[in-house]
Design a protein around this ligand. Sequence first.
Ligand code: MSP
Length: 672
Amino acid sequence: MSKTFYITTPIYYVNAQPHIGHAYTTIACDTIARRQRMLGYDTYFLTGTDEHGQKIERAAQAAGTDPQKFADEVSAQFRGLWQRMGITNDDYIRTTEARHKKGVEALFRRIRDNGFIYKGTYTGQYCVSEELYVDGLKPGDPCPTCGRITETVQEENYFFKLSAFQDKLLALYESQPDFIRPETRRNEVISFVRSGLRDLSVSRSTFKWGIPVPDDPKHVIYVWLDALSNYITALGYGSGDVSKYNKYWPADVQMIGKEIVRFHCVYWPAFLMAAELPLPKAIIAHGWLLFEESKMSKSRGNIVRAETILDVLGNDALRYFLLREIVFGQDGSFSFDALVQRYNADLANGLGNLASRTLTMINRYFKGEVPYPSQKAAHKAADDVISGQAKNTIQNVHSFFNEYQFSRGLEAAWGLVAAVDKYIVENEPWALGEKQDEESRARLATVLYTSAEALRIVTALAHSVIPEATLKIWAQLGLGDITKFDLAGLKWGQLQLGTKLGKVEPVFPRADKKSIERMQAMEDQQRGGVIAETQPATPEKTALPASEGAKPAATGSPNANITDSKITIDDFAKVDLRVAQVKVAERVKGADKLLRLEIDLGYETRQILAGIAEAYAPETLVGRKVVIVANLAPRKLRGLESNGMIVAASLEGGKPVLASFLEEVPLGARLK
Ligand code: MSP
């Protein structure tokens, strides 16, 4: 095989468990990879995990474990999920692997040797959550991307001469209009680059969790330079064996979510230019999967796990829904209702029903062998309509999929399913099957051949999206292994007379309301589980929920509702209680009980909303040391994100009294 095709997903951060937002990108790439293989390309598909940086170091710290162990666990979860979902990645790269570190060092050296890295001092704001330097902010300002408070960084760093690449990047976008897709993202990038590029700090010296800068191990390499390199280190760049690198690089498609466009479309090509390496052919940015109206993400606490959907409806249901429902490139909403509705309409009642009725009738009337119209007279115009539509469908689906317009491609394919359904209803094969005359038999053969051939075509076209069901339908059609089929040669009339069907079985059992309830209950339980560990289930506990209306005591008595139930020391250890200092305290407009606090944990600054405005004037709190629950799932109140909870005793009438210390305690100290 000479034609190669290399496709990559972003590598996922290990600070969060996988959810269907991650699965969306991986499924889209898997679909493209499967299709390219069926089209005859020697395809290489890469995914993996991004494990270095301050964000991961802190997540591990909050979990009370070391970063490597933490990364091992979460990376294994991603890998396990992709295996369960039958994702056909050819490699799985982890940025903590030796092969990756070697490659990153080689790339860093090469850029430095080429004169594009120098030493300087960086003073400015840094967003740890985005692992992003943000220009033009003052200390205490929130990150414009995620809204979290940025941290002031003042360190001696290595800088990358990004400013030297402004013109070259603009020339790249100009000469290769398809380098960034879709158009809206391309325009955003062009205007960002036109507005001027500042040199980029590419090392950090205030924490350790990263790849040391070659020859200067006091610094670790900036996590984005480290992470982006995975696309070539996985192919052996910087190692002894560069055969894969030579074969597959540059990548044909680098798929990303729209929030990381700048890193991939500005920094990444600039790094490669500086190293004099070839640039990827296309960066494709898709939109966000939304749930309950905001981006699905761990920090918003609104994730849906793929496992729940796999358990109840199966892999194909999730893949089909995401690619059919969301216009690729735009944001799209997920809901269990919509998922089940799509599943029933298109898979159970659509393709599944077409397969089972067509194949069952071939079994019943033709002893399980594909019939063929023996008489010209048995042919009708309606048959030509189907074959004509099938030919168009093949062309349309190919052109939509070539443009990564999955939803339109699937819509076109399912247009053929609907047409064949109608054709079957109108031609009543079951009535023809009751008659024994030669003409009726010939007509029946034509109708069932036409239906089966259309079914074969939809099955081939849909395989990359719904691999499991189509594998079965293909085998039921007696055609063997669909993954070996030459999709480029797909045309009407390839179904051979006399093909012996395999065992016919339903592929998509219908789902009902109970499936929705089951999935919802599974996810609620999952979220409840997390909340129960970190948030008081009853209001009499001494921690104040970061909620405006929270009443600290149910009855007002400190001894009210004393409980007999015991927890283990391990249960207690799950609650990360820490010392913090209030830096900013202010009232929240329109919320009488609520204060907005910015607190300093020593290692991080955060925003917390606390229902203590009736007991404390904001100015009395600034500078005061408090105890907070540091690992509470974030939540939004009055449009503001609260990241943690202040601990207080709860007195008569619900009056809160903040916990404090007699001795001097350092910020960030853990209570245990
Ligand atoms: N580690 C970086 C990427 C480094 S690539 C050199 C990162 N990781 S991430 O885990 O936060 O997100 C990675 C990708 O996951 C997103 O770009 C996107 O492809 C996917 N998604 C995560 N949440 C998503 C949604 N809610 N919706 C759609 N895609 C989502 O950024």
